[in-house]
Design a protein around this ligand. Structure first.
Ligand code: ADP
Ligand code: ZN
Length: 606
């Protein structure tokens, strides 16, 4: 058996594992089951690809999306891995061919759609070949609560019943504990080791502002100033808005395409293909777009409206900067979005408990938007990954907003939570603070607590902002499963004891924002550099010849390293991260020619 680090180096060209990858890989190679929770772009694929290469037999990967399988297989073949997929897009002939390869042991990895995997025919094949492992990608699809629920995923527990000796690894970026528990239970992964990595995406910079004036124009300026010529995704709430914004961007000379569930499947596929295969395409989309988009060089994700939860926001923004190079998550939201989302929720036919959870999630989202403190700390805190230090790479860290001292109101709010027994929701608490005089107040004895009526100096709207912020910053915990009751956390103590201050953003946010973080995005560190551009042209030529996206030949980061280091031999070139043995053999010489041509040119002065 080959050693995992050697496989990482020779096949993928990477020098070292990322945090947790090696533990996971070793655990699965040794035959253990694993549940892997890692953020988008964290490097989940390696966690099953290397064990599949190291163990005997074919690794079987269950994947929910045809486009995703296709891309993963193309990318693996670039690395010289023997990979194939089986799904409804293949002709009968082609499918038979793949099956024959599987039975003859000619595959390292086989990606399969869940409904295909569950057929008697395929299960019979598996019984004859003894798979190396089962990887269940996007495992949150098994969760009925999630928005990506796939009924076939529930039946995947059959794998454990039929093949108890084959290790299984389930992977997802969905973080929350209830979903995690549901995955483990439904997939019969009770014995699996859980690997939960930190959720930070340090290369993504967050910007959020209330929309004032023309949000589109502001976005256009943002793209023009910071991401000219780069790929990006723009999320809008409605199909109509998607169409309008895409057409408007095109009228401004950008390459933009619409994507939403109202377009026919062929158009959606064609637009997705162009987004992947070309450089500098902006996809304007509803949330229908995204899952299974593995494009590593998306430089920005812009939201022209409010996502419905922080989970959705984190997943959508996480599509930026998978390659680890700097990327930006930019948002303009309005109160109209909040109202619209509330209406959607109220009108949905979900049960009351479900609607309540959704309302709390929206509140958490809004709380995040209104933050005046580090956004990354709040995001990570929400996902249970508390950080002591502000990040220095979000709008609030880079250009602190105008604030007012809300320490006193915050303490009143916390004390009101305490006095009423830590079980009431925001509306009740505000009624107490405002001293509302009604039967409910009297029934619970709230008119007799010491915080009754002490908050009349603020308006209800302001109290809501105070509570949202106390939740967003982790001083209060919302009981999602119950009725939205608020309770104090340990973080509330210093504030209650008067050891900490609490500030809120001024409601009228300043019209003119200071130019936030104009630091040059290192993504374009090499753009404009003649050698980098020549390398990009070579990459495009090689990609076109094989009909694969340019990033599958080499990522931008690899080209940037070539431009900076100017390797002169295959050996030196092979030392660059991302240049595996097969790519070195296939492309090394072609890129060396480009590099030599530039190195030989007379040195420019200045
Ligand atoms: P995920 O599925 O978790 O979103 P991927 O598996 O697509 O993430 O990996 C994201 C990117 O990180 C890919 O471009 C991959 O090649 C790269 N990557 C993964 N592991 C490593 C590593 N150990 N060193 C360098 N790059 C890596
Ligand atoms: Zn920050």
């Amino acid at each position: 058996m080959q050693n995992p680090a050697a496989l990482l180096r020779t096949v993928f060209g990477y020098d070292s594992f990322r945090p947790h990858q090696e533990d996971i890989v070793r655990h699965v190679i040794a035959g253990g089951d694993a549940l892997v929770i890692m953020p988008t772009g964290g490097g989940k694929s390696i966690c099953y690809q290397i064990p599949a290469l190291a163990r005997d037999g074919t690794g079987i990967v269950v994947s929910p999306l045809i486009a995703l399988m296709h891309d993963q297989v193309s990318a693996l073949r670039q690395f010289g891995v023997r990979a194939a997929y089986l799904n409804s897009s293949l002709s009968l002939d082609a499918a038979r061919h793949v099956e024959a390869d599987l039975l003859a042991g000619r595959l390292d990895l086989l990606y399969v759609a869940p409904e295909r995997l569950l057929t008697a025919r395929f299960l019979d094949h598996l019984a004859r070949v003894r798979p190396a492992l089962f990887a269940i990608d996007e495992a949150h699809c098994v969760s009925q609560w999630g928005h990506d629920f796939r009924p076939e995923y529930v039946q995947l527990s059959i794998l454990h019943e039929r093949f108890p000796e084959v290790p299984r690894i389930a992977l997802t970026a969905t973080a929350d504990a209830p979903t995690r528990a549901e995955i483990a239970q439904r997939l019969a992964l009770q014995r699996a080791r859980h690997f939960v990595t930190g959720f930070d995406r340090p290369n993504i910079r967050y910007h959020v502002r209330v929309a004032e004036g023309n949000a589109r124009e502001q976005m256009l300026r943002f793209i023009g100033e910071r991401h000219a010529g780069a790929s990006g995704i723009v999320y809008c709430l409605s199909r109509r808005k998607v169409e309008e914004v895409a057409a408007w961007l095109v009228s401004k000379g950008l390459t933009a395409l619409p994507y939403h569930a109202g377009l026919d499947a062929a158009t959606r596929r064609a637009h997705q293909r162009r987004f992947l295969d070309e450089e500098g395409v902006i996809m304007v989309a509803t949330i229908a777009f995204g899952m299974g988009i593995d494009k590593p060089d998306v430089r920005f994700v812009a939201h022209l409206s409010l996502p419905k939860s922080l989970e959705a926001y984190y997943q959508e923004t996480g599509r930026a900067g998978r390659d680890g190079l700097p990327a930006e998550a930019w948002m303009r939201y309005s109160l109209a979005d909040v109202i619209l989302l509330r209406q959607f929720m109220d009108a949905s036919d979900a049960n009351e408990a479900r609607k309540r959870v959704e309302r709390h999630k929206l509140d958490a989202m809004l709380g995040y938007c209104e933050l005046t403190t580090c956004r990354r700390q709040a995001l990570l805190g929400y996902f249970g990954d508390a950080r002591a230090e502000p990040c220095g790479n979000c709008d609030n860290c880079l250009t602190p907003p105008e604030v007012w001292d809300a320490t006193e109101p915050a303490r009143m709010a916390l004390s009101c939570v305490h006095r009423t027994g830590q079980r009431f929701g925001v509306s009740d608490l505000i009624d107490v603070l405002l001293g509302k005089d009604d039967e409910r107040m009297r029934r619970f004895g709230h008119d007799r607590v010491s915080t009754y009526g002490i908050g009349r100096a603020l308006h209800e709207r302001e109290w809501r902002a105070v509570f949202r912020q106390l939740v967003a910053r982790g001083h209060l915990h919302v009981d999602h499963e119950g009725h939205g009751g608020l309770s104090l956390t340990a973080a509330a103590r210093p504030l209650l004891r008067g050891e900490e201050t609490f500030t809120l953003a001024r409601q009228h946010s300043p019209a003119k924002l200071p130019k936030a973080g104009r630091a040059r995005a290192p993504a374009d560190m090499a753009h404009g550099d003649a050698l980098f551009e020549a390398l990009r042209a070579k990459r495009l030529e090689l990609a076109r010849a094989q009909a694969v996206p340019p990033y599958m030949v080499f990522h931008d980061s690899v080209l940037a390293a070539m431009a900076a280091l100017r390797p002169q031999s295959l050996e030196e070139l092979g030392g660059i991260s991302g240049v595996g043995a097969r790519k070195l053999e296939n492309y090394g010489e072609a890129f060396l020619v480009v590099i030599r041509a530039h190195t030989a040119a007379p040195v420019r002065t200045g």
